[in-house]
Write a protein that binds this ligand. Structure first.
Ligand code: MN
Ligand code: MN
Length: 309
């Protein structure tokens, strides 16, 4: 029986490429293995699609139920993130970089979890230890996964091991400009072309109650503000519509992930409160706030303070 190598549900680029990379490693070691994922290829996120296309990798097979199957897990070890009937499967290996989850086994297995930024980093080590050459296309996938998981080395989860793995994998994959690769992935992930304004405003949106005032805050993560240059007026009109539904203020964070700041678009009954919250002045309908990346950690606490919550 072949080993189904599968990553977590709602797969990200690491889960997809790690399944491909570990299946190949197992095959190179004489085992029968097949790369799988818990999603139909049509539903893969835009970033992962871009990565598979760029490096010419085939999408893993869809696998939603593992009853009676032999499985190897990558990028997770939690029952909650596993395919259906994981309890009726035989788990033969786990390669991961998260806290140990709640999956247990009856037999000893290969278990390699390390506190690094990406499963791709762990797999790169495993290829080296086992003296197996990484094919160019698979190296590209692993490289992209490390850049994605570590947010191009900016995430606090990024380690020296991840940076070293990128330095090795980019050579094998023939990628000179890893910043450019990351940018292409980010653009795919944050694509706004053709998306209705309402969907953009509500892509990542929450309402808050601040001293009886209903305040809406949405966020669009962008590779560059140029992505929304042509639709700013339409976005603003949509914010006005959302505000007219009975809100005191509606804010849209246009976050430039590369420049690490936010152009904050504001519609409000009292814009001076919003300006005061961030110590900035509106320049037209928005204001640039350097360093503002997180709604939860930065935008909302400052607003709550300004509204006297
Ligand atoms: Mn993941
Ligand atoms: Mn990961």
């Amino acid at each position: 029986m072949s080993i189904c190598v599968v990553g977590h549900s709602n797969p990200d680029t690491d889960s997809v490429t790690a399944a491909i990379a570990f299946a190949h490693l197992l095959k190179a070691q004489g085992q029968d293995a097949v790369a799988c994922m818990q999603i139909n290829a049509d539903k893969l996120n835009p970033e992962s699609k871009t990565v598979l296309e760029k490096f010419g990798l085939a999408a893993p097979q869809e696998l939603m139920d593992v009853a009676g199957k032999k499985v190897a897990l990558v990028d997770f070890s939690d029952i909650g993130q596993a395919p259906a009937n994981i309890g009726d499967a035989e788990v033969v290996a786990i390669v991961d970089h998260h806290k140990i989850g709640d999956i247990t086994t009856n037999n000893p297995i290969l278990f390699n979890a390390q506190p690094v930024g990406c499963t791709g980093t762990v797999l790169n080590q495993m290829y080296k230890i086992n003296n197996v050459a990484i094919p160019k296309d698979i190296a590209g996938g692993m490289l992209a996964a490390i850049l994605s998981d570590t947010v191009n080395f900016k995430s606090p989860t990024c380690t020296d091991a991840d940076k070293a793995a990128v330095a090795e994998l980019k050579v094998v994959a023939g990628v000179e400009d890893t910043d450019g690769l990351f940018m292409d992935m980010l653009k795919a992930k944050s694509a706004v072309a053709g998306v209705p304004m309402k969907d953009l405003v509500f892509r990542d949106y929450k309402d808050f109650d601040m001293k009886g005032n209903k305040i809406g805050v949405g966020q669009l993560e962008l590779a560059t503000l140029d992505q929304v240059a042509d639709i700013r007026d339409d976005l603003y009109k949509m914010l006005q519509e959302v505000k007219a539904e009975g809100r005191h203020s509606v804010l849209l964070m246009l976050t430039d992930v590369v420049k690490e700041g936010t152009d904050l678009m504001v519609v409000s009954d009292d814009a001076s409160i919003i300006e005061g919250a961030f110590g900035a002045k509106l320049d037209g309908v928005s204001m640039w706030i350097d360093g503002m990346m997180s709604r939860k950690k930065q935008t909302v606490p400052n607003l709550q303070k300004a509204f006297g919550c």
